[in-house]
Write a protein that binds this ligand. Structure first.
Ligand code: ATP
Ligand code: MG
Length: 444
């Protein structure tokens, strides 16, 4: 993209309404604009990040055997009356009436709807197990929307739902999703720790929250450093193998990890002093096993192996995709701006033309841009070099290719790595090779 023709409205001033770094930086880097309290429009650069995150989530869900579907945002109240949650959910639910006075709602989550879909389609235990997910906007009328996209009212979530014949099967699905989450977060370039959690209004017996470490997180967390050394890759755990899933789950649950609410000082003291880690965290995912709560309430049964009707066992699994954008920035920024992990950056490279209008400089920039168009943002504005440096750091491109008249005359460019601040003078070919190599590098 050419910055001079892009809707990427960067701001020099710090917006007064934003209290935390990610909110300030998302506004300043031109990623989003607020349309109403807790409701945001995603501008081109922000949308690219959101899509990059969604793509990684999608790939890892598919790799775990989950099937992508797309359910509507608007749901009939009748489904929620069946489960009993229509009354329970309270004011967070946005209730709507259509022109025929029928009660509808903007979905805050989809347990009822997915149960209805499976109820309409499945008859026999032979069709189980199944996992389905979608990536769809949710609405929750939060009392205090705040911190930008971190606690919005409209937000993008990946929610998956598993259906199994029995408890043993449901546990396998739960572990599969847990492993797929650890892989997802690793690819997103963040440390996330699974912690035993309360189940809240979704209900159920078994639940984990996934917490990203960041100094401005809402909750205090305690965990064993051993989590940082686990190899989640397919070569260590085959996600289709039940024994591997068992070994994975045991590895996760033997190490201590808890939020403030669940913190157990006796168990904490038993963790070696050199392995105790403490900090703030942001919840980016939450998984639940809740058995037959919805299938029984909504009378969804299949014929079991014994010929008897049986209610499938369910779990549900969420990742806050739009919250993740803010969380990644909280975990990775400095005074100058965002530092995007390679895997989600809106643009892998910023091309900085330090002297717009200088024939040799323009020509070299155009050549680089021509080759890297799909992944580059070319700063071709007639702005001072200082403004371009500041904006590139603010926007957080992993690489910057800096081209000025002196370098252009000598066939050389400067290559800057945003994360380390390292700058190197290279030939154009060397710089291109370096960038291309990092683009094709497969994440661990
Ligand atoms: P929280 O405890 O933060 O209110 P929750 O427990 O209500 O979240 P879940 O129902 O578990 O949320 O939803 C799954 C995921 O969706 C959460 O882990 C979070 O990442 C995301 N999420 C939930 N509420 C919001 C929101 N208001 N804005 C942005 N993301 C959200
Ligand atoms: Mg939660």
């Amino acid at each position: 993209m050419r910055l001079s023709r892009s809707l990427i409205p960067t701001l020099k001033e710090v917006p007064a309404e934003a209290q935390i770094a990610s909110h300030r930086l998302m506004l300043r880097a031109g990623l989003v604009r607020q349309m109403a309290a807790g409701i945001y429009a995603w501008l081109p650069a922000g949308l690219r990040v959101l899509n990059n995150i969604a793509d990684i989530v999608r790939e890892e869900q598919n790799a775990a055997g989950a099937q992508e579907v797309l359910m509507p945002t608007i749901q009939p109240a009748s489904l929620w009356q069946e489960s009993g949650r229509y009354e329970d959910y309270g004011k967070e639910m946005l209730r709507i009436k259509d022109r025929h006075e029928r009660d509808l709602l903007y979905g805050p989550t989809n347990e009822e709807m997915i149960t209805d879909i499976f109820r309409q389609s499945l008859r026999s235990y032979k069709e189980l197990p199944q996992i389905a997910y979608h990536i769809q906007w949710k609405f929750r009328d939060e009392v205090r929307p705040r911190f930008g996209v971190m606690r919005g009212r409209e937000f993008l979530m990946k929610d998956a739902y598993s259906f199994d014949l029995d408890y043993e099967g449901a546990v396998i699905s739960y572990r599969k999703m847990m492993l797929s989450y650890m892989r997802t977060f690793q690819r997103l370039g963040v440390k996330a720790i699974p912690m035993v959690a309360d189940t809240g209004p979704i209900g159920g017996d078994l639940s984990h929250e996934f917490i990203i470490l960041a100094p401005t997180g809402e909750s205090q967390v305690f965990y064993d450093a051993a989590f940082e050394d686990i190899d989640y890759s397919a070569s260590n755990f085959n996600i289709a193998n039940t024994d591997d899933l068992g070994r994975f789950y045991e590895t996760m649950t033997t190490h201590y990890a808890a939020t403030e609410e669940k913190h157990d000082t006796a168990a904490w003291d038993a963790v070696g002093a050199d392995r105790r880690r403490e900090g703030r965290g942001i919840e980016v995912g939450h998984i639940f096993y809740f058995g037959t709560k919805y299938t029984a309430a909504m009378n969804f049964s299949v014929v079991g192996p014994d010929g008897q009707k049986t209610f499938p066992e369910m779990g549900s699994y969420g990742i806050g995709i739009s919250r993740m954008v803010g969380a990644l920035i909280e975990a990775s920024h400095d005074e100058a701006g965002i530092i995007w992990p390679d895997s989600v950056a809106p643009f892998a490279v910023g091309i900085l033309n330090l002297k717009q209008g200088d024939a040799a400089t323009d020509a070299m920039c155009e050549e680089v841009y021509g080759k890297l168009q799909a992944v580059a943002l070319y700063d071709d504005r007639s702005e001072r070099a200082g403004v371009k440096f500041a904006d590139a750091d603010l926007m957080g491109h992993p690489w910057q290719i800096i081209i000025g008249p002196r370098g252009a005359a000598a066939g050389r460019v400067e290559l800057k790595r945003r994360a380390t601040g390292e700058r190197e003078e290279l030939t154009l070919d060397e710089a291109m090779a370096r960038v291309t190599e990092s683009l094709s590098a497969k994440p661990a």
